[in-house]
Design a protein around this ligand. Sequence first.
Ligand code: ATP
Ligand code: MG
Length: 265
Amino acid sequence: MAVTEHTGTRVKTRVPALSLRNVEKAFGQVTALSCVNLDAQVGEIHFVVGDNGAGKSTTLKILAGMHTADAGEISLNGTPVHFADASDAKAQGIAVVHQNLALVECLDVATNMSLGAIPKRGFMLDRKAMEREAEAVLSDLKVRVGSVRTQIGLLSGGERQIVAIARAVRMNLPIILLDEPTAALGVRETAHVGEILQELRRKGKTVICISHDLDFVFKLADKVTVMRLGKSVATLTADQARHDLVVGLITGSIDAAQIEKRSHD
Ligand SMILES: Nc1ncnc2c1ncn2[C@@H]1O[C@H](COP(=O)(O)OP(=O)(O)OP(=O)(O)O)[C@@H](O)[C@H]1O
Ligand SMILES: [Mg+2]
């Protein structure tokens, strides 16, 4: 079995749309990431899994320009990049849906979806364009939230989550990062998010998604990177990603190096 063990060496033939090499990050005395490697391709749904505190959100925030790595390299299409801040990462093609949603409760759906890219006519907010755009994106994603004038605070947790995803999809950027997009969702809404991810894949986007929901992961993943204690320990392809193996890598009862060794014996 050809499990990619993360040794920091470049072994891929296709240039990844997004690549992390030996990324490290500490917060004061806390080492959040000690060695993270990840390669995600165009048109791929790439899951990142791992226990609480494994470093998944920190990795995503580095990719979203919210944290700066202490060491290591990020590349987009083979070119090393640096993100000054979140808007710089966005300008370089990265959209993100965070674990804590970052929607403004007192504003309506349409305004929330436009935050960061509000349509204007001259200096004036173009309210009609904003509503039209929000309606178009939501209907494209088959999302029903009543009116786009509904205040976000009045929606259910699941509906808010879908609006947050719709906002990121609206940006139409090549890379989309999602941190636990189904955590607050019921079965039907989870399936709906799955359909949205598949549609993004069909459109050739690179989707990187953190999830604890392994059923969701196995249903959709092209690749699964397992993180443990601040390290990416292995990346598995869809056919390698068996439940027991992934759980073993997450908990540490299976060592990626041993799998690699066994497969060569
Ligand atoms: N801003 C911060 N300041 C200090 N420590 C932090 C900060 N952000 C994360 N950490 C620490 O870094 C480690 C990794 O956290 P991170 O949020 O990346 O984990 P996670 O894999 O996303 O976990 P979860 O599944 O619970 O969301 C944890 O020990 C956490 O306490
Ligand atoms: Mg997290």
